[in-house]
Design a protein around this ligand. Structure first.
Ligand SMILES: N[C@@H](CCC(=O)N[C@@H](CS)C(=O)NCC(=O)O)C(=O)O
Length: 205
């Protein structure tokens, strides 16, 4: 399979880590959606967005949730990263939801604060995004257990992946955003950073 999207994208990085933890072979195309490489992304996803995953038979999947759905459905029982049902599944999907929503706000802030020329900044909107990132990070911290993985098993699950990539992205790109102490997130990130696929995909700013 071929994954389009850089590790700087928390969405693409999530798919890359997911594939790795499931033991899948993955070729990477670390293309930037802003700039001249956009045409190469559009050739795969007409909307010019990442991640896009090209399957072995050439079929293209877009949107992280749809890609993850395929990875989960096609994985053998012991390799699935989301529980099959019940309260555990519901909780993990909410872990993913909080982390993904926060990640979306971080990406929005990149476009509205970093990429948009200063004369076109809308300060009230930037302030709103920053406050959502802060409350999002705090909500994520509150969902991380005191020890172990959010999955409740001896290995990271889908919620752990989503939480770590969104929190790391927020810190790497906007180190000035102060959400106060986030001890559980700090611990989870440190734990994840002992696993090769988290280290290898850590974006370099
Ligand atoms: N809802 C999408 C969001 C993906 C997303 O926002 N990707 C960004 C890069 S981090 C992108 O492609 N931005 C370019 C654009 O939306 O035009 C998903 O979950 O896959």
């Amino acid at each position: 399979m071929i994954l389009y999207g850089r590790d700087m994208s928390p969405f693409a990085r999530r798919v890359a880590i997911w594939c790795s933890l499931q033991g899948r072979e993955l070729e990477r195309r670390q293309l930037q959606v802003a700039g001249p490489e956009w045409d190469l992304v559009k050739a795969v996803n007409p909307l010019g967005r990442v991640p896009a995953l090209v399957l072995e038979d050439g079929e293209v999947l877009v949107e992280t949730w749809a890609i993850i759905d395929h990875l989960e459905e096609s994985a053998p029982e012991g390799k699935r990263l989301i529980p099959a049902g019940g309260a555990a599944r519901r909780a993990m999907l909410q872990d993913i939801a909080y982390a993904t929503s926060t990640g979306e706000k971080v990406v929005a802030l990149v476009y509205d604060k970093v990429r948009r020329p200063v004369e076109f900044h809308y300060p009230a909107w930037i302030e709103r995004l920053e406050s959502q990132i802060i409350t999002g990070l705090r909500a994520m911290d509150g969902r991380v257990p005191v020890e172990g993985w959010m999955s409740g098993t001896d290995q990271p699950g889908g919620g752990d992946i989503a939480t770590v990539v969104s929190a790391e992205m927020a810190r790497l790109v906007f180190p000035g955003i102060d959400a106060g102490p986030l001890p559980h997130l700090d611990r989870l990130i440190a734990q994840a950073e002992e696993i090769p696929c988290f280290i290898e995909t850590r974006p370099k700013v």
